[in-house]
Design a protein around this ligand. Structure first.
Ligand code: HEM
Length: 239
């Protein structure tokens, strides 16, 4: 009886975490005690062990190195953002953060997200299928062009503004949001031309998983900060 209970408890504890013997970067869904953020990519990196899988006490260096290792995105691009993100830290150590700290509204987190609800409605952190479905309906082709990404972003902003009486979107937040679209176009697309693979983008948002099984490989050429800025400018121009 005792053994049965022990086995049952161990099995429950294993739900959402890696089973013994899992590869270092195998995907494992988070467990109920793991911290996650409003960023689908940081969550994906934690789910693959590029960041601490529990999402807690994550250092600026771990974020920069994890992004480099998994995505070949230049530290010159990620470090300033990681440092800014650390201003939300509740860990007691200014160079670490829990991923959940990043949901602090008005630092990086903003209204009108593609896959999260606005803080006004309570949960600005967890993936919201209903909202993302309204965005993903723009992704009707195999690849997402810059124009399509800009249209989806614009439509989501219009809908959020109509639904939320406390909607707020500063010029800086607009810029962050353009960068977020630029980031998924850069990581899952080709250079600065957009055309991100729809399947891969959907997997990032819906499953918070890196689509290795679907053919994604770490880009061989570094994604530079200039690439991201160029893409963000193109997203803005297309809006
Ligand atoms: C220093 C690294 C990073 C930090 C601190 C960070 C943080 C954040 C935060 C706080 C948000 C929420 C913004 C909102 O309210 O929508 C966000 C959104 C987002 N991030 Fe990251 N992020 C980082 C790197 C990346 C990378 C490398 C990607 C690559 C694809 C990425 C893709 C996205 C996307 C697509 C969103 C928009 C989510 C949505 O609108 O629902 N992020 N990020």
């Amino acid at each position: 009886m005792r053994t049965t209970i022990f086995v049952a408890v161990s099995a429950l504890a294993a739900v959402g975490s890696c089973l013994p013997g899992a590869d270092k970067h195998e995907f494992c869904a988070p467990g109920p005690k793991d911290a996650r953020s409003p960023c689908p990519m940081l969550n994906s990196l934690a789910n693959h062990g590029y960041l601490p899988r529990n999402g807690k006490n994550v250092s600026i260096d771990q974020i920069v190195n994890g992004i480099d290792e998994a995505l070949n995105l230049s530290p010159l691009s990620s470090r300033p953002v990681a440092e800014f993100a650390a201003t939300t830290s509740t860990t007691g150590n200014p160079s670490t953060m829990h991923l959940s700290d990043l949901a602090t509204h008005g630092v990086i987190e903003h209204d009108g997200s593609l896959s999260r609800n606005d803080i006004f409605f309570g949960d600005n952190k967890k993936f919201n299928k209903k909202i993302y479905d309204t965005v993903a309906k723009f992704f009707t082709k195999d690849v997402i062009s810059i124009q399509t990404a800009a249209n989806a972003r614009r439509s989501r902003l219009v809908a959020a503004q109509a639904a939320n009486p406390a909607f707020n979107f500063t010029a800086r937040e607009d810029q962050f949001s353009q960068f977020e679209t630029a980031l998924y176009l850069a990581v899952y697309g080709k250079g600065t031309e957009g055309n991100a693979k729809t399947k891969w983008v959907n997997i990032m948002f819906r499953e918070e998983r890196i689509p290795y099984k679907e053919g994604f490989k770490r880009p061989t050429d570094v994604i530079t900060n200039e690439d991201i800025v160029e893409l963000a400018d193109k997203v803005k121009a297309a809006a």
